[in-house]
Write a protein that binds this ligand. Sequence first.
Ligand code: TXD
Length: 309
Amino acid sequence: MARKKVSIIGAGHVGAHSALWIGLKEIADVVLVDIVEGMPAGKALDIMEASPVAGFDACIAGTNDYADIAGSDLVVITAGLARKPGMSRSDLIDKNSAILKGVVAEVVRYAPDSIIIVVTNPLDVMVHTAWKLSGFPPERVIGMAGALDSSRLRAFIAMELGVSVEDVQAMVIGGHADEMVPLGRYSTVAGIPLPQLLSAERIDALMERTKKAGGEIVALLKTGSAYYAPSAAVAEMAEAILKDKKRVIPCAVYCKDRYGLDGVFVGVPAKLGSSGVEEIIEIELDSRERADFDRSVAAIRELVAGLGL
Ligand code: TXD
């Protein structure tokens, strides 16, 4: 069986590390694209030269020519600027939506049947932009955020309790911003609900840390934002789609007549398979969770309204 093909637009920190994870896990062949001359080819070659030592078979190529993305099953868009200290995700909006315009036009031109995963921030606004500009059906345009935010919460729970990450599940819904909604009630350790293992205060502290986890790393790095965990989350979604695994992963998907919404991209649990978003799973929210979710949706709507799309 021929290998699947993933193109990653933007060969920066998240893009290049996504290529590495996807290669390491033998999920697909990868084409890295960037506007910086030579750079994607250099990074791709470097990963290829690691493959004998790491022991994986995947073709990783780099290019400045969009024609090379032709035939992609999946396109991951990371092109854009990352946050600098003191910058909010929405400060990025104007610059990154201009970049996305150009990128999406090339994706439509060369990979019209692909599924798009958007990574560029502000995530919920950029995934909406990509959907509008592409004209793709909404099940083929997905934003990566919940996979990352949930992974962060899982890491914090495992660290707090001193247990294996393998036994920890967690769920973060809502927008990819400080208003995201981590759900303690839907977080478990080996099936045991978190509230049976930790006090309400400690759970709240872990939720707060999760909401600010991106900023915590920006403040430490000083020159950019997180990329190891974001790229691992991209690979997780890519694998779910390309291997048709039907994984249930929170991601930013188009909610129309779901969660009482009338057409907005927001993070909720979704089943991912070879057609992209195969099902949106509606979970019960209590009044506090619902209020937090509504606040998060309102923040996304406001930013999307400003786009004039
Ligand atoms: O959870 C999430 N969704 C996120 C989002 C987690 C981490 C990072 N998040 C966002 O992804 C971040 O705020 C940025 O908007 C993107 C990419 O972050 P990254 O850390 O990878 O940024 P880099 O290293 O600056 O890489 C961006 C690359 C860089 O190599 C540019 O040359 C390239 O994008 N770029 C382009 N490539 C192709 N085409 C165009 N037009 C273009 N413009 C810039």
